[in-house]
Structure formats: structure tokens, C-alpha cells
Design a protein around this ligand. Structure first.
Ligand code: F6P
Length: 335
């Protein structure tokens, strides 16, 4: 059987279509290699003593899990020596991590959430890694946080890994969204879902319904119409799924459609929303748009937001085109 590996896919993108320069290819390969190692640690679980809390707090005041710390270190160390990066930023670090002077520097910035959905680790439910690649602004040698504050539409690549029953890497370099599955025996990423397409219509929604009393009117209206099923204005039944790992919920939507909402509500309004713009909302929105879906805050396109901080939070509504557009229309009518 002839299989296209990630390396072959990237070389073809570089060679035939001239979409990516060699150092971006290297960057993606290095991230993919680090992700393989994270997958091994996640997969060993309690046997390797990696579950549970690290008893430290990250910059957002969240208690770090051991695997948050391990995954963060793996990504930092894997990416510092290759010469492809100018700096990195992570959910787990307050400010940018600069490339040590003993290594050459490159023209890209890498932003990541090393282990997304980490509240699920200890209960053996899928978690993931999310990353985004930006160009370092010209003339900037030692990038500060400001260099990273670029709208999501300027991303040159984005992806996520999902550590589920199989480990998958879903990637875009701006030429569609492509899914690779890790062949654990050979250690290779195999292209298994080329050109993923999110169906425009869906009967599945994803939201943390325990926050219903806090929602704004347009979201409350939309969800109540779905819940009314065949007897309601939509005239059909909708199903609900909430894993509480963004990577797993988005991956389901990438695969069979759906709508994911973590909207602005009364409680998260003071923070601007729940999900982080630079390493959750932006990369996921790039991947979703490249797969024919839509990603909005309810008020505007996620990828058009001008970031104001490395750890800024925003509302996110993404997935199947016709459903997201309906929620956006409800916002427009109400607000
Ligand atoms: O931001 C991290 C995250 O764990 C996402 O992966 C997930 O979608 C969401 O938060 C879960 O939120 P909640 O705890 O409200 O279910």
C-alpha cells in the first residue's frame, strides 16, 4: 500500500506548489516530532507516574498538571536549536521564550497550548496540543510579546494533535486542512484525511450547558431552539456533545460537522471570554476556515481580531457554516 507521510506531504507542498519555504517545513516537522513524544507520555499515563498535579500554577493561576509541564518542556526544547524560530510563546509561560544565543535564529514565531483540556488527563479522556505559526515582524531581533500580537489571518500554519484512541495531527499551511494519523509501529505520520471538509449543515451542538443561566440572549435563543427539537422552530431534533477538551470537540466537528460554542457570558465577560485567542481560538479558526467552516466571536470573524495580549481570551463560535452564520445573525438582530 502506498502511503503519503507528513514528510512527503510537506516536501510536495514545498516543491510542487511552492506553498512553504524549507524552514517552515522544518518547523512543522520538529513540532510533529515533539508531539509524537508527548503522545508517548500521555499514552503511558499512571504507569509512568505522569498523571496528577505538578503542584505549581501557570500564568493564568491554573494549577498545572504534570503533563502540562512535560509537554511544555518538550516543545520548548525541541524547537530551540533548529534555527527556524525567533521566539516561542506558550500557555504555560508569562512572556515569550527567546532562542538561546548559542543557536541561530529564524524568521518564525511559534505559539502553543502544550496540553489542551488537561482537566481530562486524570480521567483518561482525550487531550491535545494546539499550535500556531506567525512570521516574526521584520527587523525584530529579540521579540517581545508585541511581536506576537498579530491578527489570526496572518498565521502561516496552524495545527492540533489529538491524543485519543489514535493520535492524530491536523494541519493547515493555508492550502486546506489535512489529517495525519500516527502509525505507532513505524513512528510515521500518515496522511489519512486529506482535504477535510466540515459539512455546512449539522444536527449536533457543543456547549457547556451548565452556564445557560449566564448566556447572552442570542445564544440562549439559539440553544433553546435546538433543544425544542421537532416541536420547535427548527422542526428537527439536535444532539449535544461536550468533551471539555477543545481539541476533541473541534476534531469531531472537523470529521462529521457540528457547532462549538464557548460564548461570552455574564461571568467570563470581565476576562473577554474563556478561550485564549493566540493559541486556541486563532489556530482552530484557521483550521476550521480552511475546512470550509466559519469561526466567529458572535460579533466578528475570529481571524480579524487585533490581539492585545499574549494570553487574551475571546468568545468562540465555530463549525458548520450555516449554523454559525445563524448564531451570528441572532447576535446582529439582538445587539
Ligand atoms: O481552555 C481550555 C478548555 O479546557 C478547553 O479545552 C475546553 O473546551 C474548555 O476549556 C472547557 O471548559 P469547561 O471547563 O467550561 O467545560
Amino acid at each position: 500500500m502506498s502511503r503519503v507521510t507528513l514528510t512527503q506531504f510537506l516536501i510536495e507542498q514545498q516543491r510542487n506548489e511552492n506553498h512553504i519555504p524549507a524552514d517552515l517545513r522544518l518547523l512543522i516537522e520538529v513540532v510533529a516530532r515533539a508531539v509524537k513524544t508527548i503522545s508517548v507520555h500521555v499514552g503511558k499515563g499512571a504507569v509512568a507516574g505522569v498523571l496528577g498535579s505538578a503542584e505549581t500554577e501557570n500564568v493564568q493561576g491554573e494549577v498545572q498538571k504534570k503533563l502540562d509541564v512535560i509537554a511544555n518542556e518538550l516543545l520548548l526544547h525541541a524547537n530551540e536549536w533548529g534555527g527556524h524560530l525567533a521566539a516561542m510563546a506558550s500557555e504555560e509561560l508569562e512572556g515569550p521564550s527567546l532562542i538561546p544565543n548559542r543557536y541561530p535564529k529564524g524568521e518564525y514565531l511559534l505559539v502553543f497550548d502544550p496540553l489542551d483540556g488537561s482537566s481530562n488527563i486524570d480521567v483518561n479522556i482525550s487531550v491535545g496540543t494546539i499550535f500556531s505559526v506567525l512570521r516574526c515582524p521584520e527587523g525584530v531581533v529579540d521579540p517581545t510579546a508585541e511581536a506576537f500580537l498579530q491578527p489570526g489571518r496572518t498565521q502561516v500554519a496552524a495545527g492540533y494533535a489529538v491524543y485519543g484512541p489514535s493520535t492524530m495531527l491536523v494541519l493547515t499551511v493555508g492550502t486546506g486542512t489535512h489529517g495525519f494519523t500516527l502509525d505507532r509501529e513505524f513512528g510515521a505520520w500518515v496522511l489519512t484525511q486529506p482535504d477535510m471538509q466540515i459539512p455546512p449543515d449539522t444536527r449536533e451542538f457543543s456547549i457547556n450547558a451548565s452556564r445557560a443561566r449566564l448566556w447572552e440572549a442570542p445564544v440562549a435563543r439559539y440553544i433553546s431552539e435546538l433543544q425544542a427539537g421537532t416541536e420547535g422552530p427548527r422542526g428537527q431534533d439536535f444532539n449535544m456533545r461536550w468533551v471539555a477538551s477543545m481539541v476533541a470537540d473541534v476534531h469531531r466537528i472537523m470529521t462529521r460537522g457540528g457547532i462549538f460554542l464557548y460564548p461570552l457570558d455574564e461571568r467570563n465577560r470581565k476576562n473577554g471570554g474563556h478561550l485564549r485567542l493566540l493559541y486556541e481560538a486563532n489556530p482552530m479558526s484557521f483550521l476550521v476556515e480552511q475546512a470550509g467552516g466559519v469561526a466567529s466571536t458572535g460579533r466578528e470573524r475570529v481571524l480579524d481580531l487585533q490581539p492585545t495580549g499574549l494570553h487574551q481570551r475571546v468568545p468562540v463560535i465555530l463549525g458548520s457554516r450555516n449554523e454559525v452564520e445563524r448564531v451570528v445573525a441572532y447576535h446582529r438582530e439582538a445587539l
